[in-house]
Write a protein that binds this ligand. Structure first.
Ligand code: NAD
Ligand code: UFG
Length: 340
């Protein structure tokens, strides 16, 4: 299939491009580079062994820009990663998050529909469960109260896409609810490259390891978890990328609406991650306990059985693979991608 990948220069999109090409698909990337670097696409092309990945530096809110792309290429489906994703920033800038994530998706869907492309895989998030009503979280767990505008954009966009499919059965909509993506391509050529101070645990750990930050702050050790620190379902980004290939097969089978948790089903605490990183990579990670971070929950991990039974997908990488590959990327690229 020929697939439009919005946000394809980002962390998850770039890894997914590799899995798509390995599975025999082709892709065209649309990204405004708001949170990414074009160097990533050259590296992806090298890993895949192609000259280049077709790329448009275009904002998905730019209707005319999208029109031009859809007039040049015929797409069988879209994998829609493009969006702003910083939880804290979304509290400071709610309008920007709703406008970019919801406005951008509405424009994208409008242009897709006009050009008869009615297949979409959407990057949703475990955050839509809020403080989950059940652990492990199944897809039947009710959606919860999000603690930030970013989470609400995901929750609302799930509803928007389901309603569109309900009104027009030609659509196939797959909502992938990612848990906590970490790791990097084993080559170490591509990986997570946050701007400024990392919000997420793994890039913070790798920046401490490489000497860019003094110590990790562990946000709370008084949660009702085995060691008191927060528990999450970390998933290797290469496994996560492969889930999109499996979801594409569901679209080829005309699945209608499909909703899947994409995690490993294992919960690891903050200290489990730190200890695994130190054990596998032989690098010290100094840390100190800080107060809880506003909006955090104690425990979040999924039951990934539905993705296995319906998509034939499951995660294969271990926690050791995740911490090894995260470090391999950061060690080789201490300052991320080179600036243009
Ligand atoms: P990322 O920031 O690395 O990638 C997103 C890409 O979208 C970036 O390259 C950015 O430049 C681009 N983009 C943003 N707004 C755009 C616009 N209006 N037009 C065109 N391009 C635009 O993030 P990621 O970690 O790769 O996440 C991909 C998707 O998965 C996002 O939708 C994110 O919300 C979702 N998600 C991520 C996580 C996570 O922890 N990384 C967890 C759950 C869901
Ligand atoms: N943590 C620390 N110190 C840090 C960063 C994080 O102790 O410097 C802890 C957090 O308190 C939490 C755990 O590490 O217990 C994981 O935190 P992350 O920020 O890495 O991830 P979250 O689970 O908070 O959220 C992430 C994304 C969300 C997404 C969610 C579910 O940031 O966008 O996973 O997919 F919605």
């Amino acid at each position: 299939m020929n697939i439009l990948v919005t946000g394809g220069a980002g962390f998850i999109g770039s890894h997914t491009l590799i899995e798509l090409y390995n599975a025999g698909h082709t892709a065209v990337v649309v990204d405004n580079l708001a949170n990414s670097n074009p160097a990533v696409l050259q590296r992806v092309a090298e890993i895949i062994g192609v000259k280049e990945i077709p790329f448009y530096k275009t904002d998905i809110r730019d209707r005319e820009g999208l029109e031009r792309i859809f007039s040049t290429h015929r797409f069988d489906a879209c994998i829609h990663f493009a969006g702003l994703k910083a939880v804290g920033e979304s509290v400071e800038k709610p309008w920007e998050y709703y406008e970019n994530n919801i406005g951008g998706t509405l424009t994208l869907v409008e242009v897709m529909r006009k050009h008869g492309c009615k297949n979409i895989i959407f990057s949703s998030s475990a955050t839509i469960y809020g403080d989950p009503a059940e652990i492990p979280i199944t897809e039947n767990c009710p959606k919860g109260q999000c603690t930030n505008p970013y989470g609400w954009t995901k929750s609302m966009l799930e509803q928007v896409l389901m309603d569109i499919q309900k009104a027009d059965g030609e659509w196939n909509v797959v909502l992938l609810r990612y848990f906590n993506p970490v790791g990097a391509h084993p080559s170490g050529r591509i990986g997570e490259n946050p701007n400024g101070i990392p919000n997420n645990l793994m890039p913070y750990i790798t920046q401490v390891a490489v000497g860019k930050r003094k110590e990790l702050g562990v946000f709370g050790n008084d949660y009702p978890t085995p060691d008191g620190t927060g528990v999450r379902d970390y998933i290797h980004v290469v496994d996560l990328a492969a889930a999109h290939v499996a979801a594409m097969r569901a679209i080829e089978r005309r699945c209608g609406v499909g909703i899947y948790n994409i995690g490993t089903g294992h919960g690891y605490s903050v200290l489990d991650m730190v200890n695994a990183f130190v054990r596998v990579n032989h690098v010290d990670i100094p840390y100190s306990i800080k107060p809880r971070r506003a909006g955090d929950i104690a425990t979040c991990y999924c039951d990934p059985a539905k993705a296995l039974s319906e998509l034939g997908w499951q995660a294969h990488c271990t926690i050791d693979d995740m911490v090894r590959d995260s470090w391999n990327w950061q060690r080789q690229n201490p300052d991320g991608y080179p600036e243009e």
